[in-house]
Ligand binder design. Sequence first.
Ligand code: GLA
Length: 397
Amino acid sequence: MNSMRSIEISISAMFFFLILILNSSCKEGTKKDENFETKGMEKPIRIEQRNYGTTTNGEKVKQFTLKNYGGIEVNIITYGGRITTLKTVDKEGTLKNIVLGFENLEQYEKSNPYFGALVGRYGNRIAKGKFNLNGTEYILAKNNGENNLHGGIKGFDKVVWNVEDTVVSNTMGSLKLSYVSKDMEEGFPGNLITFVTYTLNADNSLDILYEATTDKTTVVNLTQHSYFNLSGDFSQSIVDHKVEISADEFVEVDSSLIPTGEMASVEGTPFDFREIKLIDDGIDAENEQIKLGGGFDHCWVLNNPEKGYRSVAKAHHIGSGRFMEVLTDQPGMQFYTGNFLNGTLPAPIGGVYSKRSGFCFETQHYPDSPNQPNFPTVTLRPGDTYSTKTTFKFSIK
Ligand code: GLA
């Protein structure tokens, strides 16, 4: 009994020290970063940083700018690890921001639909805000009707991430963030140590690498919630974009957008994006599933999961020529067409964000996997590392 107790104490002590080491390495990382304004000046990729503001509870937030001379410039803030702007060139060479965002931290702290955010611990919905793991029932916050959505009330989108490191070479510039989510935070078991690394490459691609470990068996499903509008004009709807998704099936949902457990074939439905087609083609179709989502708000079952990291989706805005490709090792992708945007949130360049002014490609595991025994597992055990990569690659066509 006593020896069990002392093993338990040593495990807790080890974890405590791990957190201390992590925190001090974060501080060191930040210190090192203070020289970054000059570091990399002579290189094709640059990273700059500035203070972005202070949260209402007094935490300092930084903004990092990753730039390459191929024409991409991305701003990321430590609040929610959010991409606030992502500028790419159109076919005339004009640089414009193509992601929905706000002007300042105050606006990000107000209620908003995850603009640019890192989403966790569980991206998408968990039915009735509960799940069972090894015989224990875990009760989560319900923040979407009866369900848990995107990690709960204070998910990873609303916390300030630590800066671990920034690295610049001739071919890439990266920003590594970390966040330690405490045991039972938002109802999820286990202290979860999470790292997210954004890497801007010389070939105009942005990689997002997610890594996590836990000290208790838990569930994890991390994603990125940027809303794209490749026209760069947020007063325009995204229905004029063409999209391709390599998926023969999608996850069928009920009226609260929870999976029924069935995978539906895309064949002959508005969900068939196997050949590139306009979003407009089917978004308002007389189709039960479209009605439930108010448009597209579904998880596609991506083909060839056995291949791991592979090309899974494309988007093209013909007017501007902007084109993007998505690569991931994940089994699913929520394609959400901004159906809940309702003209109440202000855009920095004036105007408001209206319905369908942006779309999201949220690479992930299927919704409600903790309650769906037939879906690929999202369970993470102590000793294992959750590691997944998604890339958004930009070009002109
Ligand atoms: C996800 C969901 C949508 C909506 C948005 C945020 O993409 O699938 O239903 O909740 O996030 O508004």
